[in-house]
Write a protein that binds this ligand. Structure first.
Ligand SMILES: [Zn+2]
Length: 514
């Protein structure tokens, strides 16, 4: 007994010493300055001569065009050379193609996104994002948290438009996990009364939330979903997110859900066993592989088609995020998990990804996961054939989804789904702008639109893979060339693994929990 006591005493001393050491390491790290970078060239007047315009609306190339840009707007497009003042910046567009900036329609930001994610987005021509939220309503305005707050978002938006920060248009942003209501409803198990939901939504709308994202992970009764839809409708907020398990996709679409995220929910919805799933008794009926293979074997193309027909009638959109399932299918592929882009991912997040991989618990590549992911591609093709609005989203920073380049990955998934390159381009530009109700300003290369442009050396209409030939990004009255991409990528790689930054992240994470 005495021996145990001595050991316990020694152990507690050791623990205190370890904790103290960690705190000292973090504290020293916090004192170290974070690095900074400068990239890009600002302009007032910009002329792009003799360039081929990619008309994303009609899927055609218009050669030999001259474009005059002034104060962030496309002022004139002409076949005749445009005369400007001597201070104008001139780009020779010969042998180049110009297209609108790309939209990542499902991504998540964090407090450190300006350092970790924004440079990567711009370096890959992703100039717009639909930010899908991270926090619960309690995080609408936290003073300091590892999560993005609305305060962060508003500050970034203004800094980006004033060229004080390099980053994309945060076109719309959400509040996430609305159903948890942890700090708003005392009892998470209880459905809040309608008046309370309405009060919360009114507050959110006033705080500048653009839409509500639901996941309904606790699988609440369907009445809760009905109340959410009614309240959101009353305050004028769209609802997007995961398909509620107890309500069919058709019913949720009929009630006005604006977009459905992730292919897996539509796969479940297209199974002859979906009633079991809708009744909420599906979870716990086996391992993930077993559930997946049941879903694959019971897949009915007709059910998917019916769902998409309802989506079309209701103007409901679908954002499949294929790469989130691809990860599951390939996480034990050495080449895949040793992706060279890991250098852009901070240690803390990498640890979370490893935990996710560990939780999957499979040693060999799962054929079932691969088939499940591929079924997602088949269903996207079906959705496209029915003619519903599709959105390309990366779901970064989900495992192996790297901000910026993950959107390119997702576009290649649409290619694997046998969707024509011209249609993929349309999805990632003008269609996304239309979904966001910003098509009069963005989404195509046209006079009077905002100059949000990419220059490529290969035609993306020939193959969507040609997006990789990105040469120049023009956004927020700044021009970013290849050398700037290198600076921005190197900056992220440096900061992601730096002592100072890791300490700042650890410290914020600790603060987020207290
Ligand atoms: Zn997400």
């Amino acid at each position: 007994m005495k021996v145990i006591k001595i050991y316990l005493k020694r152990l507690s001393k050791l623990l205190i010493f370890c904790l103290f050491s960690i705190m000292v390491i973090i504290s020293i790290g916090l004192l170290l300055p974070l690095t900074n970078f400068s990239a890009g060239q600002t302009y007032q007047t910009l002329v792009i001569n003799n360039v081929s315009i990619i008309d994303v609306i009609n899927g055609t190339t218009i050669p030999n065009q001259n474009i005059l840009i002034q104060d962030n707007y496309i002022k004139k497009i002409s076949t005749v050379p445009l005369i400007t003042n001597k201070n104008a910046v001139v780009i020779d567009g010969s042998n180049q193609f110009v297209m609108p900036g790309l939209w990542d329609m499902h991504t998540h930001f964090m407090h450190h996104s300006p350092e970790l994610h924004f440079p990567l987005l711009i370096a890959h021509g992703v100039t717009h994002v639909r930010e899908m939220g991270f926090g619960s309503p309690a995080e609408v305005s936290p003073d300091e948290s590892i999560l993005m707050s609305l305060k962060d978002r508003d500050q970034w938006r203004s800094q980006i438009s004033n060229q004080k920060l390099i980053g994309p248009y945060i076109s719309t942003s959400a509040v996430y996990q609305i159903e948890e209501f942890g700090d708003i409803w005392d009892n998470e198990d209880q459905i809040p009364p309608f008046e309370t939901i309405l009060k919360v939504f009114t507050k959110l709308e006033k705080s500048g939330v653009d839409f509500i994202k639901i996941t309904l992970e606790n699988n609440p009764p369907k009445e809760f979903f009905y109340d959410i839809m009614t309240a959101a409708n009353q305050v004028g907020l769209n609802v997007v997110g995961h398909k509620p398990r107890k309500v069919s996709a058709i019913e949720a679409s009929n009630l006005g859900m604006k977009s459905f995220e992730h292919a897996r929910f539509i796969i479940y919805e297209s199974s002859s066993l979906r009633d079991t799933y809708l009744n909420g008794s599906f979870k716990g009926k086996g391992t993930q592989d077993e559930i997946y293979s049941e879903m694959i074997n019971s897949y009915q193309p007709r059910l998917a088609e019916n769902t998409f027909k309802a989506f079309k009638g209701n103007d409901t959109w679908y954002c499949p995020t294929h790469i989130t399932r691809r990860w599951e299918a390939r996480y034990d592929d050495e080449a895949y998990i040793n992706d060279e882009r890991l250098k852009y991912v901070p240690y803390l997040l990498r640890t979370l990804w490893n935990i996710d991989a560990f939780m999957l618990g499979r040693k060999e590549s799962s054929k079932v996961s691969n088939d499940f992911y591929k079924l997602g591609l088949t269903i996207t093709k079906q959705a496209h054939e029915v003619g519903i609005g599709l959105l390309a989203g990366s779901d970064s920073p989900d495992p192996y989804s790297f901000h910026g380049s993950a959107l390119w990955d997702e576009l290649l998934e649409f290619d694997k789904a046998k969707i024509a390159s011209k249609d993929i381009l349309k999805i990632a530009t003008i269609d996304s702008a239309q979904f966001s109700n910003q098509q009069t300003q963005f989404g195509s290369v046209e006079e009077n639109k905002i100059a949000d442009l990419l220059l490529l050396t290969k035609n993306p209409l020939d193959s969507i893979k040609n997006i990789e030939s990105l040469e120049t990004v023009i956004v927020h009255q700044q021009i970013f060339a290849q050398k700037d991409f290198t600076i921005m990528k190197n900056y992220v790689a440096e900061i992601a693994t730096s002592w100072a930054f890791t300490s700042a992240q650890v410290w914020l994470t600790i603060k987020s929990f207290f």
